[in-house]
Design a protein around this ligand. Structure first.
Ligand SMILES: [Zn+2]
Length: 243
């Protein structure tokens, strides 16, 4: 069985995750090899990838985790910290996350931050209660997604600071592979809450002008200048807020 995962390496300075393909088919053809043994083997593989290269595994379902076992290195720690994350791939009632031992904590926090580097100041600032992000553009008659025209921007709330990597097909086809997304929810009194994965670069552009003087300017409204369509940024640009 070939498994593809994407995760970031602490050894690399880039924002892009590395791609890994690996084969978890057991070498042994012994039919007594059980499912538990497969998964143990896989976990041991993930522990060594974490220890050697700082590769973060995907968040795990909390119900399946031993709360005293570090999800990253496999070490036992009865004071392990529980981090709950919503990746957007599963139903909200399924809680995903990691248990992190005290020895992995700092390395883990650095990696979580690196994955969202472009908008980290925005995510990390407790005084900022919303971020701007574009709604999906749809044809008013057919309701089909369209790939041209201005965006409507609304206020969203990132549900966690965990960034998922996936193919971005929001701008047309073919999609851009390995793009960071973050799971957000909108709270609008006129309609049901909407939750979706939003490309991190869209959040960067939508809020860039509000933050360009180092403080979040609550009077800024991206509906006026449509920054996802009009703002040109370099790959190194990020939101920088002074505290
Ligand atoms: Zn650990």
């Amino acid at each position: 069985m070939l498994v593809r995962t994407r995760s970031t390496s602490i050894c690399s300075n880039t924002l892009n995750d590395d791609d890994y393909d690996y084969d978890i088919t057991p070498i042994s053809n012994d039919y007594h090899f059980t499912a538990t043994q497969y998964s143990n083997r896989y976990e041991i593989y993930e522990y060594s990838e974490w220890k050697q290269y700082g590769i973060l595994p995907s968040p795990k379902n909390f119900n399946t985790l031993n709360e005293c076992l570090c999800s990253l290195c496999g070490r036992e720690d009865e004071n392990a910290i529980h981090y709950k994350y919503f990746s957007g791939f599963t139903h909200e009632s399924e809680q995903l996350g990691f248990n992190i031992c005290s020895l992995c904590k700092i390395k883990f926090e650095v990696i979580i931050k690196n994955r969202a580097e472009m908008i980290w100041d925005l995510l990390d600032n407790k005084n900022i209660t919303y971020v701007w992000a574009p709604r999906t553009r749809r044809d008013p008659i057919t309701n089909q997604r369209v790939y041209h025209g201005p965006y409507t921007y609304e206020k969203w709330r990132p549900i966690s600071n965990y960034v998922s990597y996936m193919t971005d097909s929001t701008k047309g086809y073919p999609g851009k592979e390995n793009t960071p997304f973050i799971f957000c929810s909108t709270e609008n009194q006129y309609e049901q809450n909407v939750s979706k994965l939003i490309p991190v670069v869209d959040i960067l552009k939508s809020n860039y002008n509000a933050c360009k003087f180092g403080k979040f300017d609550a009077t800024y409204d991206p509906n006026i200048d449509d920054p996802v369509n009009t703002l040109e940024l370099s790959p190194d640009d990020k939101i920088m807020l002074c505290y």
